[in-house]
Each structure stands twice: as C-alpha cells, then as structure tokens.
Design a protein around this ligand. Structure first.
Ligand SMILES: [Zn+2]
Length: 500
C-alpha cells in the first residue's frame, strides 16, 4: 500500500472524508502526483504505508524454517592468540562460546566478551540465494515491499554491528564453513592432493606432459624428469595448506588452487580460473601470496637422490629446511632452500647466486654447484641437472666432465685429454691404457697393434726374431715347442743346419 506525501509539509494527502489516500499500485499514486503537481505547483512523492504486517511475515518465515538464523549471532567472542609450535609465531585467534555460557556470570566477566548485537528488525538470516552470505531487511519500507538485502557476512558485521575487521573475518570463515553448499571441493591428504594435481589442469606440477603424452604422476618424476621418486605436491598433504578444486558434470577436475587452512586466502588458480575464483570469492576467500609466510609444508626425503622432495612454489619460494624434522617453513628470512624447480627438488641457498655454465639457470648455493670440467684446466660451475645429464664422471680424474669432451677407453668414460695418452688396439678396435705391441699380420709385413693383456689371444712371439706375429703365421718344428713365424727359416734347428 502506498500513500502520497506532500514534501514541504511532509504530510500525507487525504481524501474528501479526511482519511489518508491509499493506493495498491505505485503507478496510480504516481499518476495522481502528476495531476496534483500541475494543479498546486507543490512537490509530492509516493511512499509505502508502513505497518507491522511485514514483521509478522518475516517472523513466520523463521518459524516455518524458510529462514535460518546464523548460529554465530548467539555466540560470544574473546580475542586470544595462538602460537605456532614450530615457528613460534603468534597469530590472532578467537575463543567462541554460546551466549548461555555467560548466564549467571558477573558483569565484570561478561564485559570481557564481545556480543553480536543485531538489530532485531533486520530479521537477519542465512541468505537463501547464496548460503555463504546473509540477508536482512534494511528498513520498514523495504519490509513492506518484501525486499531483503543480501550482504557478505564480514561487511554486515562491520557496517551494522560495530564489529572490527579481524573478528568479522573470523566469523565470516565460521559462517562459510557452516553454511556453504558451494561446489568447491577440498583435498587435504597427500594422496588426495597428488591425485588432483595428476588428474587436474595442466601446469608444471600436474596434468599431462603433452610432449610424452603421459600424466605427471608419481612415476613420471623419476622416470622422465630425472627427479624425485614421487609426485612433489605430496608435500602439501597434512600441512598448513589444502587444495581447493572444482569438478565438471562428468567428474573431471577443471580447476584447482592451494588455499590456507586457517584463513580465507587462496594462491594461483589453474584451469577454469573464472569459475573457481568466483566460487571462492563467494565463500569469502581472497587472493594473497603473502599469506604463505610462516606456513609449513611437509618434509619428504628422497633416499636415492639424497635430497628433499619439493614442488615449484607459487608466490614466496624460500624455505627453512633445517629448523624442524617434520616440516619446511616458508620464510623470507633464515632460508636455506628455494622451491623454484619443477623436477621435484629445490635449490640450496647459501646467500649468493651464480649461474650454471651449461644452462645458465640460477644456482643459489655453492654446495649445490657441481664442478664440471670443460678442458684439462677449465673448471666451471653447473647446476645439478646439467651435472647429471650434460656431463659424465671421468674414471681417471673422478670429476664431472662435460659430454662434449667424452672419450671411451677400455670401455670406460674418460675426459678426452686423458684419453690422448691411450693406445689403440686394432684387434679389439678400442682405445686402451694397456701397452700395445706391433703384430706382423701377413707375408708383406703389415703391422697391426694389439694390447698386451689380450695379445696371446691373437698373436705369438717368434723364437727366431722375437717379434709378434698373427696366429695364422705360426709354425711349430719337431723337437721345439716354441713357435716361429712361417716366414723365418728355422735356423736354430739341427735338421735345418744339416740340410744346408
Ligand atoms: Zn644447468
């Protein structure tokens, strides 16, 4: 029902019997205002006629269950701090109890607790359009029109209940946990998290390696990347992080992002970022890389590689890997490692940076730089990847040597300047450090060389001239077991002398 107010006097206009004129429809009121204005040159406005009928209607909605009162209205709050057992860092927290807890308490005790004073005429309830928000009746006029205002929990508490930002956010998180029916799913265990990375959107840490057409599963890292023995994102299992993700109707994972467990922050979104961002926003989450400071990820040790398994971290990449046996701590001070690689390992950090001589990647710890030889007197520093994959261990100097300087001697790997001192065995067709001797191979005196250690397999020493000859040229005389070359006269034999 509407009435018309004459603005100057702020009084409703009356009908011929002295009663306030009422209109069911605002348009008929507006039509009359048009006529009145032309007649009187005064200003008018339509106004909803307010009575208590709307309050009854709203109350009934609570009684019928159409409206749900947010539980947090009936709690009392006290600010406290919690101390992280590892980092010793203090952070804000709240104790909350149902207000019945304070019944019978002294006024002094009651004054220590924060109550949420909600205007009862707001008929505050969990929004039916979006459970992560609240809805309320802003004023009686809107109540008459059956219009409710929807708002974020934190905004309502700050603007209408005089609650400070910290407590407002705390209650907003409570509300989101309690009432959210969003499709956002959460993975917390190491298996569940790795599974979402493996089967979810493609990125450096998950999805499909399109070059090889394989998923980046546990095997992938050791098999193709020369990296860690398991999916590196397993370090997020039972840590300070959990993984938020979405599935489509077919059950495929379409988006994911890491979120903090104890605050409404998310990191970089992969996959369908619009949908996940808006879903998280509705739940009260906001994006902040800084929120990872001081947070913990799990330690996983790779026995065979002698290194910690670490994923590529979005945002802050520096960690303290020494302070605790169970966790790495993400920190911007006192860090000793950097999570900046995608092969499942991190990089050591000792306070300075150098670049890999082979791939030019940053190496940030002298202990993690591998000395690689590029020549007899040319030592350079390389990253662990290049040391393992672009160089080899020389069996003589027992150091890494770049692959361009590779030589094989006696079936083993040697730097080519070492191999310069090797001989070549024509019979085995290989370089060797054994002494090689000339072997006469035919009647024309063709010489081939043979390594000392295998020479008996191919040649014999002639008793006449003490030279090596190929086995095929062996002659054995009656009465002398020592062989001679068939081209040498048996001048030492009596029969030969006699026949002379
Ligand atoms: Zn390198």
């Amino acid at each position: 029902m509407y009435q018309i107010i004459e603005i100057e006097s702020n009084m409703p206009i009356l009908d011929e019997y002295g009663n306030v004129m009422r209109f069911n429809d605002p348009n008929s009121a507006i039509e009359l205002i048009r006529i009145l204005t032309q007649k009187t040159y005064k200003k008018y406005k339509p106004e909803v006629i307010v009575d208590d009928s709307w309050k009854l209607r709203e109350q009934k909605r609570f009684n019928s269950g159409e409206y749900i009162e947010p539980k947090w209205i009936n709690y009392v709050y006290q600010k406290t701090t919690k101390i992280d057992s590892l980092t010793q860092k203090e952070s804000l927290d709240y104790i909350m109890y149902h207000k019945e807890f304070l019944y019978g308490s002294s006024d002094d005790e009651k004054s220590k607790w924060i109550k949420i004073n909600v205007n009862p005429e707001h008929f505050l309830h969990v929004s039916n359009l979006d459970n992560t928000k609240i809805a309320f009746t802003d004023n009686a006029q809107k109540g008459m029109l059956d219009r409710q205002t929807q708002m974020n929990v934190a905004s309502y508490l700050v603007n209408h209940c005089n609650i400070d930002n910290d407590l407002a956010r705390y209650i907003a998180m409570y509300h989101s946990n309690e009432y959210s029916t969003s499709q956002v799913l959460f993975a917390e265990s190491s298996d569940d998290i790795a599974n979402v990375y493996i089967n979810g959107p493609d990125s450096c840490m998950g999805g499909i390696d399109h070059g090889r057409n394989v998923r980046k599963d546990d095997e992938y890292y050791s098999k193709y990347q020369g990296g860690s023995f398991c999916q590196p994102t397993r370090v997020y299992g039972n840590s300070d992080f959990k993984l938020a993700y979405l599935k489509d109707k077919q059950g495929r994972i379409t988006a994911r992002t890491l979120v903090l467990k104890d605050s409404l922050h998310y990191l970089r979104i992969y996959g369908d970022s619009d949908r996940l961002r808006s879903a998280l926003k509705d739940m009260g989450y906001f994006h902040d890389y800084g929120a990872t400071l001081g947070k913990k990820i799990r330690k996983i040790w790779d026995e065979s590689k002698d290194e910690y398994v670490l994923p590529y971290l979005d945002g802050m990449q520096t960690i303290d890997s020494k302070s605790n046996d169970t966790f790495h701590i993400i920190t911007d001070s006192d860090f000793d490692m950097k999570c900046d690689k995608t092969n499942g390992f991190g990089t050591q950090y000792n306070g300075f940076y150098i670049n890999c001589a082979e791939c030019d990647d940053e190496i940030d710890d002298s202990d993690n730089a591998y000395i690689v030889y590029y020549g007899r007197n040319d030592r350079r520093e390389c990253c662990s990847y290049c040391a393992r994959n672009e160089s080899f261990r020389c069996q003589s100097i027992h150091e890494y040597v770049n692959n361009r300087y590779y030589s094989e001697v006696d079936g083993e790997s040697y730097a080519d300047w070492i191999a310069e001192d090797a001989n070549y065995c024509d019979f085995q067709e290989m370089a060797t450090f054994s002494e090689c001797y000339p072997v006469i191979c035919n009647e024309n005196g063709m010489i081939r060389h043979c390594a000392e250690n295998v020479i008996d397999d191919f040649a014999f020493k002639c008793r006449i001239d003490n030279q090596y000859y190929h086995h095929e040229m062996m002659a054995i005389d009656d009465g002398n077991d020592l062989p001679r070359s068939m081209f040498n006269e048996p001048i030492d034999m009596p029969e030969y002398k006699e026949s002379e």
